[in-house]
Write a protein that binds this ligand. Structure first.
Ligand code: SF4
Length: 429
């Protein structure tokens, strides 16, 4: 049985217990949230038998972050992508998506599943597209076969753009950036060329059967997510969202778990409205957002523009944040980009968790503050999201000085406020 069906039957599974323990919650609470569809535990039974350590994704839990990896037709190889995945997990990615579109797609996916303990997601359309000369040659059966193949390999969640319908396509005419989702644009091209409805919508029930058999969690993709501020919150985006809400119910009826993908590029003042609308339209299913990027003029720094949006999105209820690296809009990320993207999103997720007052969320911040006030540099490094970077900066700045350990080069001994405060306390005693 899937996690969802187990929860509906009143069963608390070992996976739910593991999630409860890691989140300081009661197992029965986790079961209820899964049964209500507000919490998912992406855990393909094949991956579970190998190395997967289950995590939960839901509004009641610590905010999770996903790192997208995978090669392209023009860049990188299997070894390099595996190394990036390991790097992303090392720095704290809660899940990884293999978005490979180049050579060795099958090999890369299998190795990632075999080697990582976090849930693995994919966009199965990429494999279909890679195997064909032209996406227009795709048949629905070809796609179903690819989904089943990946489910058998152990993929824990799949993004499928099933909510983009013919009636939504004319709505993109007024956009500046059209369709920016790779899966969404390929699906739309197929629909227009064949004058047919979205095949993933038409075969949704058959897809659910496969997902249920392996307990693969749905990530219903937003093919019409806005790709620039101008296009945010438009009729195309929200028209597709309505269909995603309908599909959420259909997937639940099949006993599947569901997450909903979200935008994209959204002005800061529209983020709260977007999150609340998704939660309402999709009946509380966990919202998995990409950023959102809050301004379009900072290529090279979109890990920052998007982390700002992601923090607000998580504060208002997004359950998982898909990271963005500094290379967004510019090229395939390298190892350092992955590191910066993951850390930016750990900060966004953690800031939201503190603000939402999640259990024990601030413990580490308070420990860091105590270590700072005590000038305990080793402890500060240990508590850092990126210990190596913190230590590197500290030591680099001390190299050319005879700085002792009771201040740093920022203020120096005479102006170190914490040192002065400690002296102040001694005077008061
Ligand atoms: S010198 Fe300034 S920045 Fe450095 S520890 Fe003291 S107060 Fe903090």
């Amino acid at each position: 049985m899937t996690q969802y069906l187990e929860a509906l039957s009143g069963n608390v599974t070992p996976e739910m217990i593991a999630v409860a323990q890691s989140e300081f919650l009661e197992p029965e609470f986790v079961r209820r949230e899964v049964a209500e569809g507000r919490l998912v535990i992406p855990a393909n039974k094949v991956h579970l038998q190998k190395s997967l350590q289950p995590i939960g994704i839901g509004i009641a839990l610590r905010t999770k972050i996903n790192a997208n990896l995978g090669n392209s037709a023009l860049s990188s190889d299997a070894q390099c992508e595996i190394a990036k995945v390991q790097y992303a997990v090392k720095y704290g990615a809660d899940t990884v998506m293999d978005l490979s579109t180049g050579a060795d797609i099958d090999l890369i996916r299998q190795r990632i599943i075999d080697e990582v303990t976090v849930p693995v997601g994919t966009v199965p359309l990429y494999q279909v597209c890679g195997e064909l000369e032209d996406i227009l040659d795709m048949t629905p059966q070809h796609f179903l076969d690819a989904v089943e193949h990946q489910a058998r390999q152990g993929v824990d969640y799949m993004t499928i753009h099933a909510g983009l319908l013919q009636k939504n396509l004319p709505m993109i005419d007024s956009r500046l950036a059209g369709i920016v989702s790779r899966g969404g644009s390929l699906t739309a091209k197929w629909m227009v060329a064949h004058r047919r409805e979205n095949p993933f919508y038409e075969y949704f029930d058959a897809l659910c059967e496969i997902m249920r058999e392996y307990d693969v969690c749905w990530s219903i993709g937003d093919g019409l997510r806005p790709g620039c501020l101008h296009d945010a919150s438009d009729a195309a985006q929200f028209g597709e969202l309505d269909t995603m809400g309908e599909l959420t119910h259909r997937a639940w009826k099949h006993g599947c778990q569901v997450m909903i993908e979200g935008p994209g590029h959204v002005p800061f003042d529209q983020i709260e409205m977007n999150i609340k609308r998704q939660i309402e339209v999709c009946h509380g299913a966990p919202f998995y957002v990409l950023g959102p990027v809050v301004c379009d003029i900072a290529p090279g720094y979109d890990h920052i523009t998007s982390a700002i949006g992601a923090t607000l999105a998580a504060y208002h209820g997004a359950a998982m944040l898909c990271y963005v690296t500094p290379k967004e809009h510019l090229g395939l990320p390298n190892m350092e980009d992955v590191r910066q993207g993951v850390i930016a999103y750990k900060i966004a997720a953690h800031a939201a968790d503190v603000a939402r007052q999640r259990p024990h969320a601030r413990d580490r911040d308070d420990a860091m503050s105590r270590a700072r006030f005590a000038f305990d540099w080793e402890e500060q490094f240990r508590l850092s999201l990126d210990p190596a970077r913190a230590q590197e900066y500290y030591e680099e700045s001390r190299q050319s000085t005879d700085c002792d350990e009771r201040y740093c080069t920022m203020c120096g001994p005479k102006f170190c406020a914490m040192r002065t405060t400690q002296e102040l306390k001694q005077i008061q005693q």
